[in-house]
Design a protein. Sequence first.
Length: 955
Amino acid sequence: MGDIIPVVEKSKGGGSSSIQCPMLNSSNYTVLAIRMKSCLRVHKAWEVIETETTDVDKLGKQTRQVFPQATTYRAIKRLELIHGDLFGPITPSTSAGNRYIFVLIDDFSRYMWTILLKEKSDASCKFKVFKNMVEKETEEKILTFRTDRGGEFVSAEFNSFCEEFGIKRHLTAPYSPQQNGVVERRNRTMMEMTRSMMKHMHLPNYLWGETIRLTTYLLNRVVTRALKDMTPYECFRGKKPSMDHIRIMIFGCIAYAKVDKPHLRKLDDRSRILIHLGTEPGSKAYRLMDPQNRKVTVSRDVVFDETKGWDWKHSDSTKDGDGSFIITINESGNHGLQEDPKETEQNVAENETEQDEENILSDESKEDSENETTHEQEQEHDVIEPVNPAPPILRRTERQINKPKYLEDYVLLAEEEGETLLLCLNNEPKNFAEAKTSKEWILACEEEINSIEKFKVWDLVDLPLGVKPIGLKWVFKLKRNLDGSINKYKARLVAKGYVQQYGVDFEEVFALVARIETIRLLIKLAASHGWEIHHLDVKTAFLHGELKENVYVYQPEGFEREESRNRVYKLNKALYGLRQAPRAWNNKLNHILLELQFVKCSKEPTVYRREVKEHVLIIAVYVDDIFVTGTSLDIINEFKTEMSLRFDMSDLGKLSYYLGIEVIQHVEGITLNQTRYALKILEEARMKDCNMVHTPMETGLKLSKCENEKEVDATIFRKNVGCFRYLLHTRPDLSYCVGILSRYMQSPRETHAVAMKQCLRYLKGTTTLGLVYNRCESIPKIVGYSDSSHNVDPDDGRSTAGYVFYLGESPISWRSQKQETVAMSSCEAEFMGGTEAAKQAIWLQDILSEITGNVCEKVMIKIDNRSAIALTRNPVFHGRSKHIHRRYQFIRECVENGLIEVEHVPGNEQRADILTKALGRIKFKEIRDLIGVQDLKNVEFKLKEEIVGLSLIKP
């Protein structure tokens, strides 16, 4: 045995440490020592000493060498380096008998192909087919093929093939999958996603091949940091992937496929219940499976129900698919399925699609189908057999969002983190662990922390004794444009204010929120005079509010200071989530506005008014959104400048989208609609393709508790009611039916669900309805309509009252509500309803007077019941009215004092009629037109030109 040459590094303190040098059997020690000193002198002060080691040291102490922490080489063009791996067998096999997965990845683009095999020996044959396909498509040649030393890759036949076509071979060391980490890491990612999708719909395990196909398709379209935020698809094909040609539905959900047979009988079913298996490669169609006989078909005429899946527990088709599928690891082949984080390389890799059970799994996009589908379909999957299975038992799935695992096993670049987001059902992360996988969300978090530091919101201190700090939580929100595209990634650090105790760390709470009636009133006022409306947003508004209490919070997740982990932050200013934060911000904003010579409206504390010579500026505040209008564009711009000097502002320009309402400003007026929101309601309710009806509720329908009927899903029912209630901001025609449905949210029954469906079907045909506020020459007058329907509630006999108020001919305030007391007659119901209308009339009159600076005319309320009108003027009909509570005498007092007027209106002209009862089709259409709800497709406004500096003087 020759000498072993150790190298010793001299330390500053005179000590030394030796490192074994991989040089053995030196025949000339002196020459070797001189050469080593010469080579190493440029790095450190080393010296070579002569020593002798024994075999015992190596036999007893040798360990594996550390694998590199990063890749040393990256391909610079397509097909320069292909990573390959084969793993399996997987039990159970697929319906076609496949048990192995052959994975191929292009190192340059990270584009991936997967091939399912029945036997390992098929790998070499499939690689030849793959080579011909990709080389013809790219007009490039495969230069290098990197694999492990499995028998399928080192056979004489395969080596001869590679030599013939000039393909250089890279083989990993035995038992070292880390050396081919790109593909090894991809194997794990692919199987994790496959298991997650199958578990979500409780699919039998023999469908793993179909799931691999979809997993491959999705992962090739995930943005990766390895490509500088480009998808593998775009890098490999030179164009962005398109998903417009077909919709991606939930894998494994129920699908109703149209039966296309030439001689269907009259009573035959027109569709069959199948299972959705994704899109069909090379076709603009869906791939479906009959779970009774495992036959696969292709169809474009499919209706999906993503809320349901097949009940596999009651199906014979799962007899060989129960339990977890098993992957057998062939240790001699080193297929890299070990999951020891210290022994594997870190690289979150990509995948693509499966064309069929034995086909190359590639893209399914229509524009590339001719290039990417290279094999024929298996014969057993071509058609659906004409059998009539028993109706399946359907179950409703629970779409749970599981926290994605942050993958960090293999020692390569942590580059393709985007695929973890595919395991989330929402584009918005639920927590920081999910958000940290995205560069955009990390930047949003950093921006939030920078804002907190900028405004000196907190100080890092030691926690006082006896004080319990408040936790913090990250909240993530996507701000979107009108077309649905992403405008901004917004991260907000929120305090867990629900743990605060009154009198300890907060005293008073208040939120500055403008009423929707106020916003509509201001929009109508601006439209009447041709004023422009602008929109401002205060960035991190709550951070400006100063705290009076001592509040301590933990350090935020992801931004803890390593040297001060046991310390906490003491808040100087408010954070979002604190009970007192809205009030602190309100105090700050109110102080600034008063400094700017604004006057707060006494009837609406969210509205401020300022006069500048002959001009008037009016603003309304909704937390951190500021609505601005006035007689001159110059004073609006001046106000923007003043606010920008005091706060970090976002100037959103002319108002176009406010609290979910789409605002369109024209020279003749302003329109309000919630078309996009209505379409979203239909999509969420899975009623986007339903048949429309002409009324939201059947004529004469009187809903009751119906306690003898079967209950329906209360969560879905409440969600739909909540969505409809928000839609009422611009849709008074829906007020009555939504008000009725709201009464049964606690325990909805089948009858209520049918009524809800009727309302959704009406919405389907009226998504473009909205409000139009026209321009006029003078300040219009407020006019109201009040109506009641006596004894319409079968459960308690109470009446439903409604009112609607107009400024000119435009509705600005409306309401439909069940009365609090049982009315003994229609006269009494109308009288009590008139009192509620009088209260609203006085408020509208006062706020309009404050905003305009002029005393408004008294409001006219129109009622169609002469007895009720007489009762408002004189205490007549004593025997029929003596029991009415004195609170309802308010309307009589208002009439006596000349604050309002009451006038009779014929029943066919009563506009509030639509708010108190279900009307027939013709009557409903007439009243809907009278109430001011219009189809905005028929409103021919001329778009207003943007004229900077134009002064819009109030006439």
